[in-house]
Design a binder for this molecule. Structure first.
Ligand SMILES: NC(=O)c1ccc[n+]([C@@H]2O[C@H](COP(=O)([O-])OP(=O)(O)OC[C@H]3O[C@@H](n4cnc5c(N)ncnc54)[C@H](OP(=O)(O)O)[C@@H]3O)[C@@H](O)[C@H]2O)c1
Length: 367
């Protein structure tokens, strides 16, 4: 089948809801997609898949949605790409990496638009994918057409995308604060350090000893040191912003909360600022840089005054909070961000991309 000829377009002026499906709807990011799409003003949720819950209704599996009329009638089905392509125009993939590509290939071939939450289409290089994910890329021929789903950075290409690769949760928390500074030449591309803490839902809804309540509760621990998989897309996007290869130090930590990511970045400004006047001038440039990049963005909250990012301000929302401080003692610029890993870090961002792609207000279903 010729994919180019059969692609189903979503007219911006269209008033009828777009039929959408979620593959992997029983996982944490899938459940969050269900929450957002059930109430989205321009979408009709027509299919949700899960192998373990096939046959059960949304209301049975997720009682919190039971009061929504669709939750009584919509039942989980076994994932089947051919059936989904007949039912839906836009398909969200909330699947493990590797598996997502197996669904993206036939769905795209049958004219669907695909918004993938996994890592399968985030990287431009199949070799880098293999290096970080430990197996050959399952569909390297699709990498060139995928658009990285960070609307604040890729809004224009997203308007035409057939395959959208929503970024990882940690990458969102690092790229949004750092990319404008690199593009403006305010920080050096070398020596970037990122420390992140993530809630346990970042690991997905799976039964593994490391993520049992007793193992995580009252506990903080690093993991994935020194080469976490998300480094591949973080360094890809930072290198594009800097115009030179960027390698960063990144240490993720597991925090004993359900959701939320807090990231602290240690950056080297290109200018010295030991004198008060120098610090003041650099501070003005940082403010101007962030305001130019995000002053009109609905989901980026730039904090002023004494406020610092806090996950409790963003959990359950599609917002990312960003604040910064100059430290004249160390000569570093400290930038901090907070987001919900399941919303701005995953499903909310995917819906934001969906809105951009379909020409609706970017905030539709997300406020
Ligand atoms: N959690 C986060 O904070 C987060 C943030 C950003 C991106 N992501 C990415 O989003 C994707 C989903 O993450 P998650 O945390 O939501 O995972 P999860 O909670 O483990 O859920 C995975 C989902 O995929 C389904 N599934 C698993 N293997 C499958 C297979 N072989 N065939 C068909 N369905 C399969 C599962 O349902 P059944 O087993 O019932 O079929 C389940 O619905 C991952 O690629 C992850 O990296 C996650």
């Amino acid at each position: 089948m010729n994919a180019e000829k059969t692609v189903k377009s979503v007219a911006p002026e269209s008033r009828s809801p777009v039929p959408v499906a979620i593959v992997g709807a029983s996982g944490y990011s899938g459940e969050e997609l269900v929450r957002l799409l059930l109430t989205h003003p321009h979408a009709e949720l027509v299919a949700v898949t899960s192998r373990q819950y096939a046959g059960q209704s949304l209301a049975q599996v997720f009682p919190r949605f039971a009061s929504h009329p669709r939750a009584q009638t919509l039942r989980f089905t076994e994932p089947n790409a051919d059936l989904l392509a007949r039912q839906a125009q836009v398909v969200f993939l909330a699947l493990p990496h590797g598996v997502a590509a197996e669904f993206a290939v036939p769905l795209l071939a049958q004219g669907c638009q695909v918004i993938d939450l996994s890592a399968d289409f985030r990287l431009r290089s199949a070799a880098v994918y293999e290096e970080f994910y430990g197996h050959p890329h399952p569909a390297p021929e699709l990498l060139a057409q995928a658009v990285y789903g960070l609307p604040e950075l890729y809004r224009e290409p997203l308007r035409e995308a057939r395959l959208i690769a929503a970024p990882g949760c940690y990458p969102t928390s690092i790229l949004l604060p750092v990319v404008p500074l690199l593009r403006a030449g305010l920080i050096k591309p070398a020596g970037i350090i990122a420390d992140s803490l993530s809630g346990v839902s970042g690991a997905g809804r799976k039964a593994e000893a490391d993520y049992l309540f007793v193992e995580c509760n009252e506990s903080l621990r690093p993991y994935g040191v020194p080469k976490h998989r998300h480094l591949s897309e973080i360094e890809q996007e930072l290198s594009l912003a800097a115009g030179t290869p960027v390698v960063i130090q990144f240490t993720p930590h597991l925090a004993p909360v359900n959701r939320g990511i807090l990231t602290t970045l240690y950056l080297a400004p290109t200018k010295h600022f030991q004198q008060a006047a120098e610090a003041s001038e650099l501070g003005d440039q940082v403010v101007a840089c962030y305001r130019a990049a995000y002053g009109k963005e609905p989901f980026v909250r730039l904090l002023a005054g004494k406020s610092l990012p806090d996950t409790k301000n963003v959990v359950g929302t599609n917002l990312i909070e960003i604040a910064w401080r100059l430290d004249p003692r160390t000569g570093r610029l400290i930038v901090m961000s907070a987001e919900d890993n399941l919303v701005k870090g995953a499903s909310g961002q995917a819906i934001q991309c969906f809105n951009v792609r379909c020409g609706w207000p970017e905030t539709a279903g997300l406020l």
